[in-house]
Design a protein around this ligand. Structure first.
Ligand code: FES
Length: 144
């Protein structure tokens, strides 16, 4: 005599898979209608690192409060932006070949000079963050 029949096992497995499938579908829908609070920003400046470690043409992504920020060393100097895409909040990346900030989700592209939308569906520019150099160290945000 078995305690746990084959039929019970299949029912349990089916229930687990159904619950998992619903979670995969419902999770993003809930996140879309109830987006995370994007207002949270650090009150103090955030250290990015030494300017010498970020040569022209390169970028660095750092944690900035709950969300990442992207710092790009452009030909016009250092720029910092929220790395949260203004379309559906994917995290943008530096595309050195295009010399643009790219969103991998829907092929949105932003200017590294002012964060403006170059192409794609993002409705507004990336949020520019204050940036300051202190003794060769890069700080973003806060009252640096
Ligand atoms: S989320 Fe960035 S282009 Fe859609």
């Amino acid at each position: 005599m078995t305690i746990f029949s084959r039929r019970d096992f299949l029912k349990l497995t089916k229930g687990f898979l159904t619950a998992s499938g619903l979670a995969v579908i419902v999770g993003p829908v809930v996140a879309y209608f109830y987006p995370a609070n994007l207002e949270e920003t650090p009150s103090e400046p955030v250290l990015v690192g030494a300017e010498s470690d970020l040569p022209p043409g390169e970028s660095k992504t750092v944690r900035y409060g709950r969300y990442p920020a992207i710092i790009v060393h452009t030909s016009e100097g250092l720029r910092a932006y929220s790395a949260v895409c203004t379309h559906f909040a994917c995290i943008v990346k530096w595309d050195a070949q295009r010399n643009e900030i790219a969103c991998p989700c829907h092929e949105g592209f932003f200017s590294p000079y002012d964060g403006g939308v170059i192409s794609g569906p993002p409705p507004t520019p990336l949020e520019m963050l204050p940036i300051e150099l202190i003794d060769g160290e890069i700080f973003i945000g806060g009252a640096a």
